[in-house]
Design a protein around this ligand. Sequence first.
Ligand code: AMP
Ligand code: GLY
Length: 422
Amino acid sequence: MNVLLLGSGGREHALAWKLAQSPRLDSLHAIPGNPGIAQYATCHDVTLTDHAAVIDFCTRQSIGFVVVGPEAPLVDGLSDSLRAAGLPVFGPSRAAAQLEGSKGFTKDLCARERIPTAGYVRVTDLATARAALARDFPRPVVIKADGLAAGKGVTIAFTDEEAEAAVAAIFEKPGGEAVIEEFLEGEEASLFILTDGVNIVPMGSAQDHKRVGDGDTGPNTGGMGAYSPAPVLTPALEAAAIDTIIRPTVAAMAKDGIPYSGVLYAGLMLTRAGPKLIEYNARFGDPECQVLMLRLEDDLLDLMLATETGELGSRPAPRFGAETALTVVMAAKGYPGTPETGGAIRGLDAAEETGAQVFQAGTRLDGDSLVAAGGRVLTVTATGASVTEAQAAAYRAVDAIDFPTGFARRDIGWREVARENG
Ligand code: AMP
Ligand code: GLY
Protein backbone atom coordinates (compact mmCIF):
# COMPACT_ATOMS: atom_id res chain seq x y z
CA MET A 1 0.00 0.00 0.00
CA ASN A 2 1.19 3.50 -0.83
CA VAL A 3 0.55 5.84 2.10
CA LEU A 4 0.50 9.62 2.25
CA LEU A 5 1.33 11.29 5.58
CA LEU A 6 0.35 14.94 6.07
CA GLY A 7 2.34 17.21 8.37
CA SER A 8 5.87 18.32 9.16
CA GLY A 9 6.46 18.07 12.91
CA GLY A 10 8.04 15.73 15.42
CA ARG A 11 4.70 13.94 15.67
CA GLU A 12 4.77 13.18 11.96
CA HIS A 13 8.42 12.09 12.09
CA ALA A 14 7.44 9.57 14.79
CA LEU A 15 4.45 8.41 12.72
CA ALA A 16 6.66 8.03 9.64
CA TRP A 17 9.24 6.05 11.63
CA LYS A 18 6.53 3.68 12.86
CA LEU A 19 4.62 3.42 9.58
CA ALA A 20 7.90 2.55 7.83
CA GLN A 21 8.06 -0.60 9.99
CA SER A 22 4.76 -1.90 8.59
CA PRO A 23 4.97 -4.99 6.38
CA ARG A 24 1.91 -3.66 4.53
CA LEU A 25 3.71 -0.50 3.41
CA ASP A 26 4.98 -0.26 -0.17
CA SER A 27 5.88 3.42 -0.24
CA LEU A 28 5.50 6.37 2.07
CA HIS A 29 4.97 9.91 0.85
CA ALA A 30 4.73 13.08 2.93
CA ILE A 31 3.31 16.55 2.38
CA PRO A 32 5.23 18.64 3.26
CA GLY A 33 7.44 16.45 5.51
CA ASN A 34 10.81 17.51 6.95
CA PRO A 35 14.40 16.23 6.77
CA GLY A 36 13.68 13.63 9.48
CA ILE A 37 10.56 12.35 7.73
CA ALA A 38 12.56 12.23 4.48
CA GLN A 39 14.53 9.30 5.92
CA TYR A 40 11.38 7.21 5.45
CA ALA A 41 9.24 9.08 2.95
CA THR A 42 9.41 11.00 -0.30
CA CYS A 43 8.49 14.59 0.58
CA HIS A 44 6.38 16.73 -1.72
CA ASP A 45 5.23 20.34 -1.85
CA VAL A 46 1.48 20.48 -2.32
CA THR A 47 -0.74 23.12 -0.73
CA LEU A 48 -2.92 21.27 1.78
CA THR A 49 -5.72 23.83 1.60
CA ASP A 50 -6.00 23.06 -2.13
CA HIS A 51 -8.04 19.87 -1.77
CA ALA A 52 -8.22 19.23 -5.52
CA ALA A 53 -4.42 19.37 -5.72
CA VAL A 54 -4.07 16.85 -2.87
CA ILE A 55 -6.57 14.48 -4.53
CA ASP A 56 -4.76 14.85 -7.84
CA PHE A 57 -1.46 14.03 -6.10
CA CYS A 58 -3.03 10.91 -4.55
CA THR A 59 -4.27 9.72 -7.94
CA ARG A 60 -0.89 10.22 -9.60
CA GLN A 61 0.99 8.40 -6.81
CA SER A 62 -1.62 5.62 -6.44
CA ILE A 63 -2.08 6.49 -2.76
CA GLY A 64 -4.23 3.94 -0.93
CA PHE A 65 -4.45 5.62 2.48
CA VAL A 66 -3.95 9.15 3.84
CA VAL A 67 -2.79 9.75 7.43
CA VAL A 68 -3.53 13.26 8.69
CA GLY A 69 -1.07 14.36 11.40
CA PRO A 70 -2.12 17.89 12.45
CA GLU A 71 -5.54 19.37 13.24
CA ALA A 72 -5.71 22.18 10.68
CA PRO A 73 -6.47 19.99 7.61
CA LEU A 74 -9.08 18.08 9.64
CA VAL A 75 -10.91 21.21 10.74
CA ASP A 76 -10.61 22.42 7.14
CA GLY A 77 -12.47 19.32 5.90
CA LEU A 78 -9.66 17.71 3.91
CA SER A 79 -10.76 14.23 5.10
CA ASP A 80 -14.24 14.88 3.67
CA SER A 81 -12.79 15.88 0.31
CA LEU A 82 -10.50 12.84 0.22
CA ARG A 83 -13.26 10.42 1.21
CA ALA A 84 -15.59 11.93 -1.37
CA ALA A 85 -12.89 11.10 -3.92
CA GLY A 86 -12.80 7.49 -2.68
CA LEU A 87 -9.63 7.79 -0.61
CA PRO A 88 -9.57 6.24 2.86
CA VAL A 89 -8.27 8.53 5.60
CA PHE A 90 -6.97 8.29 9.16
CA GLY A 91 -8.65 11.24 10.83
CA PRO A 92 -12.14 12.60 11.44
CA SER A 93 -14.43 14.53 9.13
CA ARG A 94 -14.75 18.30 9.43
CA ALA A 95 -17.96 17.94 11.44
CA ALA A 96 -16.41 15.42 13.83
CA ALA A 97 -13.22 17.47 14.20
CA GLN A 98 -15.35 20.14 15.87
CA LEU A 99 -14.52 18.21 19.04
CA GLU A 100 -11.17 20.00 18.76
CA GLY A 101 -12.07 22.96 16.58
CA SER A 102 -14.92 24.33 18.68
CA LYS A 103 -14.71 24.41 22.45
CA GLY A 104 -18.37 25.49 22.56
CA PHE A 105 -19.46 22.47 20.50
CA THR A 106 -17.67 20.12 22.88
CA LYS A 107 -18.96 21.80 26.02
CA ASP A 108 -22.54 21.63 24.72
CA LEU A 109 -22.12 17.95 23.85
CA CYS A 110 -20.79 17.29 27.37
CA ALA A 111 -23.74 19.11 28.90
CA ARG A 112 -26.28 17.13 26.78
CA GLU A 113 -24.66 13.79 27.53
CA ARG A 114 -23.83 14.55 31.19
CA ILE A 115 -20.12 14.06 30.57
CA PRO A 116 -18.02 15.30 33.50
CA THR A 117 -16.32 18.59 32.62
CA ALA A 118 -15.91 22.07 34.13
CA GLY A 119 -19.11 24.13 34.51
CA TYR A 120 -19.22 26.73 31.74
CA VAL A 121 -21.06 29.39 29.82
CA ARG A 122 -20.67 30.30 26.13
CA VAL A 123 -20.61 34.02 25.44
CA THR A 124 -20.62 36.05 22.22
CA ASP A 125 -20.44 39.60 23.58
CA LEU A 126 -18.46 41.53 26.16
CA ALA A 127 -21.40 42.61 28.33
CA THR A 128 -22.63 39.03 28.83
CA ALA A 129 -19.08 37.89 29.51
CA ARG A 130 -18.63 40.59 32.19
CA ALA A 131 -21.96 39.73 33.79
CA ALA A 132 -21.10 36.02 33.94
CA LEU A 133 -17.69 36.79 35.43
CA ALA A 134 -19.24 39.00 38.10
CA ARG A 135 -22.10 36.66 38.98
CA ASP A 136 -21.30 33.01 38.28
CA PHE A 137 -17.58 32.30 38.49
CA PRO A 138 -15.22 32.74 41.44
CA ARG A 139 -11.52 33.34 40.82
CA PRO A 140 -9.52 31.66 39.49
CA VAL A 141 -11.64 31.42 36.39
CA VAL A 142 -10.74 29.96 32.98
CA ILE A 143 -11.42 31.97 29.81
CA LYS A 144 -11.03 30.36 26.41
CA ALA A 145 -11.29 31.89 22.97
CA ASP A 146 -13.29 29.57 20.71
CA GLY A 147 -11.68 28.10 17.59
CA LEU A 148 -8.22 26.64 17.02
CA ALA A 149 -5.69 28.57 19.06
CA ALA A 150 -2.62 26.28 19.16
CA GLY A 151 -2.77 26.21 22.95
CA LYS A 152 -2.61 29.99 23.18
CA GLY A 153 -6.31 30.79 23.55
CA VAL A 154 -6.65 29.91 27.24
CA THR A 155 -6.29 32.30 30.19
CA ILE A 156 -6.44 31.24 33.81
CA ALA A 157 -7.39 34.51 35.51
CA PHE A 158 -6.62 34.82 39.20
CA THR A 159 -7.84 38.42 39.51
CA ASP A 160 -10.74 40.52 38.18
CA GLU A 161 -8.23 42.55 36.16
CA GLU A 162 -6.85 39.45 34.43
CA ALA A 163 -10.36 38.21 33.67
CA GLU A 164 -11.37 41.58 32.22
CA ALA A 165 -8.23 41.74 30.08
CA ALA A 166 -8.86 38.23 28.71
CA VAL A 167 -12.47 38.84 27.68
CA ALA A 168 -11.64 42.32 26.36
CA ALA A 169 -8.99 40.77 24.09
CA ILE A 170 -11.41 38.14 22.76
CA PHE A 171 -14.16 40.67 21.98
CA GLU A 172 -11.80 43.32 20.60
CA LYS A 173 -12.50 42.02 17.10
CA PRO A 174 -16.05 41.44 15.89
CA GLY A 175 -17.17 37.82 15.80
CA GLY A 176 -15.34 36.87 19.01
CA GLU A 177 -16.64 33.85 20.93
CA ALA A 178 -15.56 32.63 24.31
CA VAL A 179 -16.17 29.88 26.81
CA ILE A 180 -15.90 30.91 30.47
CA GLU A 181 -15.44 27.96 32.77
CA GLU A 182 -14.95 26.78 36.29
CA PHE A 183 -11.33 26.24 37.37
CA LEU A 184 -10.66 22.54 38.00
CA GLU A 185 -8.12 21.41 40.54
CA GLY A 186 -6.08 18.25 40.10
CA GLU A 187 -3.33 16.71 38.03
CA GLU A 188 -3.61 16.58 34.25
CA ALA A 189 -3.19 13.47 32.11
CA SER A 190 -3.77 12.69 28.45
CA LEU A 191 -5.63 9.62 27.23
CA PHE A 192 -5.50 8.48 23.60
CA ILE A 193 -8.25 6.40 22.02
CA LEU A 194 -8.55 4.87 18.58
CA THR A 195 -12.07 4.66 17.23
CA ASP A 196 -13.80 3.69 14.02
CA GLY A 197 -16.91 5.62 15.04
CA VAL A 198 -18.40 2.73 17.01
CA ASN A 199 -15.64 0.66 18.60
CA ILE A 200 -13.07 2.24 20.88
CA VAL A 201 -9.67 0.94 21.97
CA PRO A 202 -7.21 2.59 24.36
CA MET A 203 -4.07 3.87 22.63
CA GLY A 204 -2.01 4.81 25.68
CA SER A 205 -1.65 7.61 28.18
CA ALA A 206 0.87 10.42 28.63
CA GLN A 207 1.65 13.49 30.65
CA ASP A 208 3.18 16.55 29.05
CA HIS A 209 4.81 19.76 30.18
CA LYS A 210 3.21 22.81 28.59
CA ARG A 211 5.23 25.60 30.24
CA VAL A 212 8.51 26.68 28.69
CA GLY A 213 10.59 26.74 31.87
CA ASP A 214 11.85 24.28 34.48
CA GLY A 215 9.46 23.75 37.37
CA ASP A 216 6.52 24.41 34.99
CA THR A 217 7.13 28.17 34.89
CA GLY A 218 6.87 30.77 32.13
CA PRO A 219 4.54 30.97 29.15
CA ASN A 220 2.60 28.06 27.66
CA THR A 221 3.99 26.23 24.64
CA GLY A 222 2.84 23.42 22.38
CA GLY A 223 4.62 21.09 24.81
CA MET A 224 8.24 20.89 26.00
CA GLY A 225 8.33 17.18 26.80
CA ALA A 226 6.18 14.20 27.70
CA TYR A 227 6.27 10.66 28.99
CA SER A 228 4.14 7.58 28.62
CA PRO A 229 2.50 5.84 30.33
CA ALA A 230 1.22 8.36 32.88
CA PRO A 231 1.10 6.38 36.15
CA VAL A 232 -1.35 8.93 37.66
CA LEU A 233 -3.92 7.65 35.19
CA THR A 234 -4.29 4.32 36.97
CA PRO A 235 -6.18 1.47 35.24
CA ALA A 236 -9.22 2.31 37.41
CA LEU A 237 -9.14 6.01 36.47
CA GLU A 238 -8.60 5.14 32.80
CA ALA A 239 -11.61 2.83 32.90
CA ALA A 240 -13.67 5.58 34.58
CA ALA A 241 -12.62 8.10 31.92
CA ILE A 242 -13.55 5.69 29.13
CA ASP A 243 -16.94 4.91 30.67
CA THR A 244 -17.98 8.43 31.67
CA ILE A 245 -16.26 10.54 29.00
CA ILE A 246 -15.04 8.67 25.90
CA ARG A 247 -17.81 6.14 25.35
CA PRO A 248 -20.69 8.65 25.66
CA THR A 249 -18.85 11.07 23.37
CA VAL A 250 -18.28 8.53 20.59
CA ALA A 251 -21.88 7.29 20.94
CA ALA A 252 -23.29 10.83 20.81
CA MET A 253 -21.29 11.69 17.69
CA ALA A 254 -22.59 8.53 15.96
CA LYS A 255 -26.15 9.25 17.10
CA ASP A 256 -25.90 12.82 15.77
CA GLY A 257 -24.84 11.52 12.35
CA ILE A 258 -21.24 12.75 12.60
CA PRO A 259 -19.35 9.61 13.67
CA TYR A 260 -15.81 10.28 14.83
CA SER A 261 -12.96 8.14 13.46
CA GLY A 262 -9.22 8.32 13.99
CA VAL A 263 -7.48 9.10 17.25
CA LEU A 264 -9.31 10.96 19.97
CA TYR A 265 -7.01 12.70 22.43
CA ALA A 266 -8.68 13.54 25.72
CA GLY A 267 -7.04 16.08 28.02
CA LEU A 268 -8.23 15.08 31.48
CA MET A 269 -8.15 16.70 34.89
CA LEU A 270 -7.97 14.08 37.63
CA THR A 271 -10.09 15.79 40.25
CA ARG A 272 -11.17 14.54 43.65
CA ALA A 273 -14.54 13.79 42.07
CA GLY A 274 -12.95 11.67 39.31
CA PRO A 275 -11.66 12.40 35.81
CA LYS A 276 -13.14 15.44 34.06
CA LEU A 277 -12.69 16.43 30.44
CA ILE A 278 -10.61 19.57 29.86
CA GLU A 279 -10.52 19.35 26.09
CA TYR A 280 -10.49 17.03 23.12
CA ASN A 281 -8.01 17.01 20.27
CA ALA A 282 -8.74 15.30 16.96
CA ARG A 283 -5.17 14.05 16.42
CA PHE A 284 -2.18 12.68 18.30
CA GLY A 285 -0.43 15.07 20.65
CA ASP A 286 2.94 16.50 19.77
CA PRO A 287 5.23 15.44 21.54
CA GLU A 288 2.96 12.80 23.13
CA CYS A 289 2.87 10.86 19.85
CA GLN A 290 6.62 10.37 19.98
CA VAL A 291 6.48 8.53 23.31
CA LEU A 292 3.46 6.46 22.27
CA MET A 293 5.15 5.35 19.04
CA LEU A 294 8.28 4.25 20.89
CA ARG A 295 6.15 1.97 23.10
CA LEU A 296 3.72 0.65 20.47
CA GLU A 297 4.40 -3.00 19.63
CA ASP A 298 1.75 -3.43 16.93
CA ASP A 299 1.61 -2.44 13.29
CA LEU A 300 0.53 1.22 13.25
CA LEU A 301 -0.68 1.10 9.66
CA ASP A 302 -2.90 -1.86 10.46
CA LEU A 303 -4.43 -0.07 13.45
CA MET A 304 -5.00 3.13 11.50
CA LEU A 305 -6.64 1.26 8.61
CA ALA A 306 -8.98 -0.43 11.09
CA THR A 307 -10.34 2.98 12.16
CA GLU A 308 -11.49 3.55 8.58
CA THR A 309 -12.76 0.06 7.75
CA GLY A 310 -14.74 -0.32 11.00
CA GLU A 311 -12.73 -3.41 11.99
CA LEU A 312 -11.40 -2.05 15.25
CA GLY A 313 -13.82 -4.17 17.28
CA SER A 314 -12.74 -7.48 15.77
CA ARG A 315 -9.06 -7.22 16.59
CA PRO A 316 -7.06 -7.23 19.84
CA ALA A 317 -6.38 -3.91 21.56
CA PRO A 318 -3.06 -2.25 20.69
CA ARG A 319 -0.13 -3.65 22.68
CA PHE A 320 2.46 -1.43 24.31
CA GLY A 321 5.83 -2.27 25.80
CA ALA A 322 6.13 -2.16 29.58
CA GLU A 323 8.94 0.40 29.51
CA THR A 324 8.39 4.11 30.02
CA ALA A 325 9.20 6.39 27.10
CA LEU A 326 10.18 10.01 27.72
CA THR A 327 10.79 12.79 25.24
CA VAL A 328 12.58 16.11 25.68
CA VAL A 329 11.87 18.93 23.24
CA MET A 330 14.87 20.96 22.10
CA ALA A 331 13.52 24.35 21.04
CA ALA A 332 15.17 27.34 19.39
CA LYS A 333 16.00 30.23 21.74
CA GLY A 334 13.14 32.70 21.77
CA TYR A 335 10.39 30.05 21.67
CA PRO A 336 7.44 30.35 22.35
CA GLY A 337 8.03 33.94 21.17
CA THR A 338 10.00 34.51 17.97
CA PRO A 339 12.48 31.63 17.66
CA GLU A 340 16.02 32.11 16.40
CA THR A 341 16.12 30.13 13.16
CA GLY A 342 19.07 28.96 11.06
CA GLY A 343 21.18 27.71 13.98
CA ALA A 344 23.34 24.65 13.22
CA ILE A 345 22.41 21.25 14.68
CA ARG A 346 25.05 18.51 14.99
CA GLY A 347 25.44 15.26 16.83
CA LEU A 348 22.16 13.51 16.01
CA ASP A 349 24.04 10.30 15.18
CA ALA A 350 25.89 10.44 18.49
CA ALA A 351 22.56 10.98 20.28
CA GLU A 352 21.00 7.96 18.57
CA GLU A 353 24.07 5.84 19.36
CA THR A 354 23.01 6.16 23.02
CA GLY A 355 19.84 4.22 22.07
CA ALA A 356 17.52 7.23 21.78
CA GLN A 357 15.38 8.26 18.81
CA VAL A 358 15.70 11.86 17.69
CA PHE A 359 12.53 12.99 15.97
CA GLN A 360 12.84 16.21 13.97
CA ALA A 361 10.22 18.93 14.28
CA GLY A 362 11.37 22.34 13.02
CA THR A 363 14.43 21.53 10.92
CA ARG A 364 15.58 22.11 7.36
CA LEU A 365 18.63 21.32 5.29
CA ASP A 366 20.92 24.20 4.40
CA GLY A 367 23.12 22.51 1.80
CA ASP A 368 24.28 19.42 3.69
CA SER A 369 23.83 20.96 7.14
CA LEU A 370 20.81 20.53 9.35
CA VAL A 371 19.59 23.84 10.79
CA ALA A 372 16.76 25.04 13.01
CA ALA A 373 13.66 26.18 11.13
CA GLY A 374 10.98 26.55 13.80
CA GLY A 375 10.18 26.92 17.49
CA ARG A 376 10.27 23.30 18.54
CA VAL A 377 13.23 21.81 16.66
CA LEU A 378 13.95 18.28 17.95
CA THR A 379 12.21 15.79 20.21
CA VAL A 380 14.73 13.49 21.82
CA THR A 381 13.02 10.30 22.91
CA ALA A 382 14.25 7.34 24.97
CA THR A 383 12.92 4.46 27.02
CA GLY A 384 13.76 3.06 30.45
CA ALA A 385 12.45 0.75 33.14
CA SER A 386 11.07 3.75 35.09
CA VAL A 387 10.45 7.44 34.43
CA THR A 388 13.70 8.14 36.26
CA GLU A 389 15.62 5.82 33.93
CA ALA A 390 13.87 7.03 30.78
CA GLN A 391 14.62 10.61 31.82
CA ALA A 392 18.32 9.83 32.34
CA ALA A 393 18.48 8.11 28.94
CA ALA A 394 16.75 11.00 27.17
CA TYR A 395 19.09 13.61 28.71
CA ARG A 396 22.17 11.51 27.82
CA ALA A 397 21.04 11.84 24.21
CA VAL A 398 20.18 15.55 24.58
CA ASP A 399 23.70 16.13 25.92
CA ALA A 400 25.20 14.45 22.86
CA ILE A 401 23.53 17.03 20.59
CA ASP A 402 25.39 20.18 19.63
CA PHE A 403 22.74 22.87 19.06
CA PRO A 404 24.11 26.17 20.40
CA THR A 405 21.01 28.24 19.52
CA GLY A 406 18.71 25.72 21.18
CA PHE A 407 17.54 25.00 24.71
CA ALA A 408 15.63 22.30 26.54
CA ARG A 409 13.94 21.94 29.89
CA ARG A 410 16.05 19.83 32.25
CA ASP A 411 13.21 18.44 34.35
CA ILE A 412 10.82 16.60 32.02
CA GLY A 413 9.01 13.97 34.09
CA TRP A 414 9.79 15.67 37.42
CA ARG A 415 6.47 14.87 39.10
CA GLU A 416 6.83 11.18 38.47
CA VAL A 417 10.57 11.14 39.17
CA ALA A 418 9.82 12.72 42.56
CA ARG A 419 7.17 10.09 43.27
CA GLU A 420 9.42 7.24 42.16
CA ASN A 421 12.20 8.45 44.43
CA GLY A 422 9.96 9.03 47.45
P1 AMP B 1 -6.91 23.71 26.69
O1 AMP B 1 -6.39 24.46 25.50
O2 AMP B 1 -8.37 23.68 26.84
O3 AMP B 1 -6.24 22.35 26.82
O4 AMP B 1 -6.31 24.45 27.96
C1 AMP B 1 -4.92 24.63 28.09
C2 AMP B 1 -4.52 24.36 29.52
O5 AMP B 1 -5.24 25.22 30.41
C3 AMP B 1 -4.87 22.96 30.00
O6 AMP B 1 -3.90 22.03 29.65
C4 AMP B 1 -4.97 23.17 31.49
O7 AMP B 1 -3.69 23.18 32.07
C5 AMP B 1 -5.55 24.53 31.60
N1 AMP B 1 -7.01 24.48 31.76
C6 AMP B 1 -7.93 24.49 30.78
N2 AMP B 1 -9.17 24.42 31.28
C7 AMP B 1 -9.04 24.37 32.62
C8 AMP B 1 -9.96 24.30 33.71
N3 AMP B 1 -11.29 24.30 33.53
N4 AMP B 1 -9.46 24.27 34.97
C9 AMP B 1 -8.13 24.28 35.19
N5 AMP B 1 -7.22 24.37 34.21
C10 AMP B 1 -7.65 24.40 32.94
N1 GLY C 1 1.23 18.63 23.37
C1 GLY C 1 -0.09 19.10 23.35
C2 GLY C 1 -0.78 18.96 22.07
O1 GLY C 1 -0.33 18.32 21.13
O2 GLY C 1 -1.88 19.51 21.94
